[in-house]
Design a protein around this ligand. Structure first.
Ligand code: AMP
Length: 207
């Protein structure tokens, strides 16, 4: 099964992608994670990518499409995958239309005010990419990753002024994709308990 997770930054796409991935046995592919890994290498491409993510701007379509194309060649993508954070523009959706058959799109709906509150508490493990939250998903030890014990950080693009800009970019460029995928889209209310949302998504995907 090939799935897309749509939703504003901070709507819970990464959290739900991990649950769907575990339940269906297909990889969750986050273009945000791919981009952050490229930035960590410090390569010229990494530096270019960082100049966009730091501002809360989208990385140009041709760069992110090339990174995703590479990842989709990996053997674990053979039986399907969950795309988390891609597509984010109509151009990216058109690339997917040409390249693959998408079965379903899950749209996680959360109001802007809730997003702003949530993202302020978001913490990220720079080593294994696990995400935590100071209120909703606390690590066992404050400030430390449960999995690899690295100190947690705040992503530059989770800073308040950047969050507001990312929401504007989402409304301008990504929200129009809801119409593009209307026929195969399942919308869920992303403000409820993580497990409740996950079961609603998995039930919806069976239908
Ligand atoms: P995310 O972790 O999905 O919120 O992505 C973090 C940042 O990576 C975004 O704010 C963008 O700058 C960039 N990014 C991730 N996915 C895409 C995409 N599909 N198109 C353009 N930029 C992206």
């Amino acid at each position: 099964m090939k799935l897309i997770l749509l939703g504003a930054p901070g709507a819970g796409k990464g959290t739900q992608a991990a649950r769907i991935s575990a339940a269906l046995g297909i990889p969750a592919i986050s273009t945000g994670d791919i981009i952050r890994s490229a930035i960590k290498t410090g390569s010229p491409l990494g530096l270019e990518l960082k100049s966009y993510t730091d501002k809360g701007a989208l990385v140009p379509d041709e760069l992110v499409v090339a990174l995703l194309q590479d990842r989709l060649k990996d053997a674990d993508c053979e039986n399907g995958y969950i795309l988390d954070g891609f597509p984010r523009t109509i151009e990216q959706a058109k690339f997917l239309d040409r390249a693959v058959h998408i079965d379903r799109v899950v749209n996680i709906v959360v109001e802007d005010e809730v997003i702003v509150r949530r993202m302020g508490g978001r913490r990220f493990c720079p080593t294994c990419h696990a995400t935590f939250h100071t209120v909703y998903s606390k690590p066992q030890v404050e400030g430390i990753c449960d999995h690899c014990k690295a100190p947690l950080t705040i992503r530059d693009d989770d800073k308040p002024e950047t969050v507001l800009h990312r929401l504007k970019v989402y409304h301008d460029q990504t929200e129009p994709l809801e119409a593009h995928y209307a026929d195969i889209m399942l919308s869920v209310d992303g403000t409820r308990d993580v497990e409740v949302i996950a079961s609603e998504i998995l039930e919806g995907l069976k239908a």
